[in-house]
Design a binder for this molecule. Sequence first.
Ligand SMILES: Nc1nc2c(ncn2[C@@H]2O[C@H](COP(=O)(O)OP(=O)(O)O)[C@@H](O)[C@H]2O)c(=O)[nH]1
Ligand SMILES: [Mg+2]
Length: 227
Amino acid sequence: MISVVILAHNEADEIGGLLDEFSAFEGLELIIAEDASTDHTPDIVQEFTMHNSNAILSSSPVLAGKGAALRRGLALATGDVLGFIDGDASIHPSDFMRVAATIEQGADLAVGSRKLPGSIIAISQPLSRRLSGFIYRTLAHLLLDTAIRDFQCGCKAFRREVWDTITITCDGFAFDAELIAKAHREGFNIVEVPITWSNTASSKVRLTRDTLAMLRCLMKTRAEVRG
Ligand SMILES: Nc1nc2c(ncn2[C@@H]2O[C@H](COP(=O)(O)OP(=O)(O)O)[C@@H](O)[C@H]2O)c(=O)[nH]1
Ligand SMILES: [Mg+2]
C-alpha cells in the first residue's frame, strides 16, 4: 500500500477537490497533515474522512512547518511505500501516482521534478520566487553534493526502508533537501520524475524568514552528511 501525506495549512479552496481526485485511485492511505488553519480546511477534511475510511486527519493548532507536519503525518503511515504532496493542488494526484510507481520499478526515493525535459510548468511562480529558488538550488547543489535538479517540488515517494534508515530534523521547507541528501549519503537509488506543476496564489512561504531558515538547515545537513 502507498501512504501519502497531504500537507495543508489554510487550503480550503483546494483541499476538497484534491481529496476527491485522490479517491479515484485504489490502494492508497491518505493522511492529511493540517496545521493551524484559520479557514475551513479542517472541516472539509473531516467531512471527507467521514466518508472515506482510508483517510485520516492529523491536525495541530501550532503552525509547525512543512517538515514537522510531514514527520507527524508519516508517523501514522502504515504503507510500505510512503510519500507526500502539497495540498494546494499545484500537482495532480495522477502525477503523485506516477512518481510513486517509480518505487515499484526499483527506485528507493522518487523525486517529482519541475526541471526535467518532460516537466510542464502550467502556471509559473512570480519572479521573486523563481530568483530565490534559483539561489537555493545553486546553494543546495554546492553544499549537498547531489545532482538532483529540483529539491523543493512538493511531490516525493520513498520506500519505508528509506524513512526508517534516516532521521530528518528540519522542521520547515528544507525537509526535502535533507531527505535527498541523507538518502544519497546512505546510497539509496534516487530517481527524478518529470511532473506538471501549477503555481497557486496561496503560497505560505515567507521569503526572507523561510529562506533564512532553509539556509540554516542546509548548512546543518551539510555538516551531518559530511561528518
Ligand atoms: N501542515 C502544514 N502544511 C504546511 C505548512 N507550511 C506549508 N504547508 C503546506 O505545504 C504545501 C507547500 O507550501 P506552499 O506554501 O504552497 O509552498 P510553495 O508552493 O513552495 O510556495 C502547501 O500545501 C501548504 O499548505 C505547515 O507549517 N504545516
Ligand atoms: Mg504551493
